[in-house]
Design a protein around this ligand. Structure first.
Ligand SMILES: [Zn+2]
Length: 105
């Protein structure tokens, strides 16, 4: 089946070229159909989500399981860890410094 390249590009851009499962950026990214094409999933932005190759590989092939999959805790890739770390640092600088101090002592 011929894929709509415009919609793929739009989807990647919407998701900031980031895997929506593990938050990795500089990987080969795929665009996954949440509702698969073979059961009438549409090649439209609402039905598409950016995933890296690994996450795409493990993505369940049906809408219901996929929702659980994507909402599930990220499994601790370094990128995810760093993103969380930086987010925490930015949002809770005091807590962050306190934790860091305890960690270092
Ligand atoms: Zn991923």
């Amino acid at each position: 089946m011929k894929r709509n390249q415009t919609i793929i590009r739009k989807s990647l851009k919407r998701d900031s070229f980031t895997c929506q499962k593990c938050c990795v950026k500089d990987e080969e990214l795929n665009v996954h159909h949440i509702k698969p094409l073979y059961i009438d999933g549409k090649d439209e932005l609402d039905n598409l989500i950016t995933l890296c190759r690994a996450c795409h590989h493990f993505a369940p092939d049906n809408e219901e399981d996929f929702k659980k999959y994507i909402e599930e805790e990220c499994d601790g890739t370094m990128t995810f860890f760093l993103n969380t770390f930086n987010k925490f640092k930015k949002e809770h600088p005091i807590l962050f410094n306190k934790a860091l101090k305890e960690f270092e002592s």
